[in-house]
Design a protein. Sequence first.
Length: 119
Amino acid sequence: MPAMTTTEVVGFCDNLIQFMEQNQAAVEAAGVGVAAWKTDLGKLKQAAVSKNAEQEALKAQLKAKTVETKAALDTAYNGASSKLDALIGALGKGTPLAKQAARLRSGVLVAKRPAKKTV
């Protein structure tokens, strides 16, 4: 299939159906059953339109789910970060164990940074 948009494919199907209707006598004289072809083409077009509608609905759901996921991740991070801060305070900020706990957050951030390129 050539690269065509949904609108273009639907328009192509509609135009072909219209052409067959307008030229029914000549097409049937050539041995093509216009009624059956129109019915078949109408079903094919409707199936494509239906699948496209399903796809668009899923895209909308995905966008909404992405927003929900980001919010949940933000809430989880903020909860963990607050608990870590409280834990560090309870242990005493300058103690070795508190410093080790503080590295839990910074270690994750450092690990996700790309390595510096050497020339």
